[in-house]
Ligand binder design. Structure first.
Ligand SMILES: Cc1cc2nc3c(=O)[nH]c(=O)nc-3n(C[C@H](O)[C@H](O)[C@H](O)COP(=O)(O)O)c2cc1C
Length: 371
């Protein structure tokens, strides 16, 4: 049976109207404490109206004092539960599912790095940001695991359709998986089993809070694509199979590294207009997905409708997720539904970021931004 982008599917209890996801995208429009603003709500409403089946929020911080970026959503306190309820309800009314991505950032940050406690698996300088974290003690690891579990409970109580653990893009859990960042010799370092332990323990703690059926997703790397001792597709497959056994609901595979020496190997790659540059983690993800029964979402450089459908039918990948194209054009799914040949206006220039709020550069002048 040919997979079609515009067909309904199910993941457990989650009914999805199409195979398109909005990959987590930090919009830098929450307030200083991580609370919603009207500008942020409008951005999500536009996405929901635009036809995407499932929206994953930008990364939300699980500990108040740990914030890798400005303007992120927060999920570090029970105070957020009531606040998020009407927001989730509104997105549901507009026809999309809403999943919250939760994250401890760590040393992949330029935000308020002076005097702030930044944890890492080991005290290894981040080659992308020049920040050296404090090596975590076992008690610190338990603190972060508990923060994820409590955040997941809040996400469920607020009515979100699921929670996604951020274990990609050289944030803390991605660093634990990476032999480059993780030089530990205790139970959390060394073998891939040990490097993945924090993630397995997090999934277990999350499941204890949200129960066996609630959608718990993870975003992780298919490959770090990094000569400097990064996570390989073989290790990634091993972790994914374990997560499958331990009750993960779906896995979104990204990849790449943030080492400044490898500018073409980033998770977010510029100038990917040509077909051969699109879907830049497809080969690694395809290899891994072939061995999994849990649904796989592919992210990274999807921009052509026909090519996305081709990818779905050339692999065991079930879904595709998009960040920059939807960032620039939230109604892209509706446009594709009318005309599958429609070419997104996003040029993958990767100039999405602005201190006044992350808004597509093509729209920035005319927008009112929160400050
Ligand atoms: C402005 C911006 C913010 C992003 N924020 C997040 C985030 O909060 N969490 C995350 O996992 N990925 C984040 N990403 C990465 C995207 O989810 C995605 O993995 C990457 O952009 C590749 O997909 P694309 O080619 O469709 O843009 C962000 C990307 C952009 C451009």
């Amino acid at each position: 049976m040919q997979k079609k982008i515009f067909e309904a599917t199910r993941i457990g209890n989650l009914e999805l109207k199409n195979r398109l996801w909005r990959s987590a995208t930090w919009l830098n429009q929450a307030d200083e404490k991580g609370h919603l603003t009207s500008e942020l709500i409008t951005r999500y409403e536009e996405l929901a109206k635009g036809g995407v089946g499932s929206i994953i929020t930008g990364y939300a911080h699980v500990l108040e004092q740990e914030q890798p970026n400005a303007g992120m959503l927060g999920i570090y306190s029970d105070d957020f539960i009531e606040e998020y309820r009407p927001f989730v309800k509104r997105i549901h009314e507009l026809g999309a599912k809403l999943i919250m991505q939760v994250c401890y950032g760590g040393s992949s940050t330029k935000f308020q790095t002076k005097g702030r406690l930044i944890w890492g698996p080991s005290a290894v300088q981040n080659p992308g940001y020049r920040v050296t974290p404090t090596r975590m003690k076992i008690a610190d690891i338990k603190t972060v695991i508990d923060a994820y579990a409590q955040s997941a409970r809040r996400v469920k109580e607020a009515g979100f359709d699921g929670v996604q653990i951020h274990a990609a893009h050289a944030y803390l859990y991605s660093q634990f998986l990476s032999p480059y960042f993780n030089r530990r010799t205790d139970a959390y370092g060394g073998s891939i089993e040990n490097r993945a332990r924090i993630i397995f323990e997090t999934l277990e703690a999350v499941r204890q809070e949200v129960g066996p059926d609630y959608p718990v997703l993870i975003k992780m790397h298919s490959t770090d694509d990094w000569d400097a001792n990064g996570l390989t597709p073989i290790e990634s497959l091993w972790v994914a199979k374990e997560l499958e056994k331990r009750g993960i609901t779906a896995i979104e595979f990204s990849g790449g590294n943030r080492d400044f020496k490898y500018p073409l190997k980033k998770p977010i790659r510029a100038k990917i207009l040509k077909r051969e540059k699109q879907a830049y983690f497809f080969e690694a993800t395809k290899q891994i997905a072939a061995e999994l029964t849990v649904p796989v979402i592919s992210v990274g450089g999807h921009r052509n409708f026909e090519f996305m459908e081709h990818i779905l039918n050339d692999s065991n990948i079930s879904y595709v997720s998009l960040s920059r194209t939807l960032f620039s054009e939230p109604d892209l799914p509706n446009k594709w539904m009318e005309n599958p040949d429609y070419d997104p206006r996003c040029t993958s220039c990767s100039k999405c970021w602005s201190p006044e709020g992350n808004i597509c550069i093509l729209d920035r002048k005319k927008s009112v931004v929160h400050k």
